[in-house]
Design a protein around this ligand. Sequence first.
Ligand code: DC
Length: 224
Amino acid sequence: MIYIAIDGPAGSGKSSVASELAKRLGFGYLNTGNIYRVISFFWIQKGQPEFSKEFFEFIKGKNFSVVDDSVIVDGKSFNNELRTLEVGRVVSKVAEIPEIREIVTRKSREIVKDANFVVEGRDIGTVVLPDAFLKIFLTASIEERARRRYKELISKGIKANFEDIIDEIKERDYIDSSRTISPLKAADDAIVITTDGLDLEEVVNKIYSIYTERMKSVRDNSRK
Ligand code: DC
């Protein structure tokens, strides 16, 4: 199978890029952040219990799959439920638990095992799919990421304060990159792309050409 890993911080444009790239290549698309979000949703539903064996077994027993951009759990599609402020507030905490990371890693590998996939997250190139065909680390300056987030909130009619968004992003980056297990960092063999000033299409085109170049050189080498 061919896997393209797309990692990077929140607001780097990962989700739009990964989803668009998957469409262009006819690959499946897995957003692993959504799996952490679904688990957070269940955790909230259960009243935020201690992270115990009982909760881990409950999550292990769930059947995860994806259809287009949605994550499906035991036949139910999850979308808007994953984007609430409440889920946003707890998800970094849930994603810090080693047993949860282990479960998400296993479930993600299981989901992608029979097809070509673009897989998006924080630790795809480093932990989940270390042998991925292509690893991209997307990033952008804090100001650019805050601008995008601000625009997104305003377009949804949600009041937003630019300075607060900057602080939130800094805090989230700190939590995601300083955790001891699977911190957010580019794999040694990842190609880093800074998306400041680039639109969606430009970023997708860039990755698409890196992919086709690499495909071509693999083919050429195999003919030698
Ligand atoms: O991409 P996102 O913002 O929807 O991700 C939600 C949270 O999950 C975020 O705090 C980082 C975490 N995450 C992670 O730790 N590892 C991944 N592979 C994907 C997401």
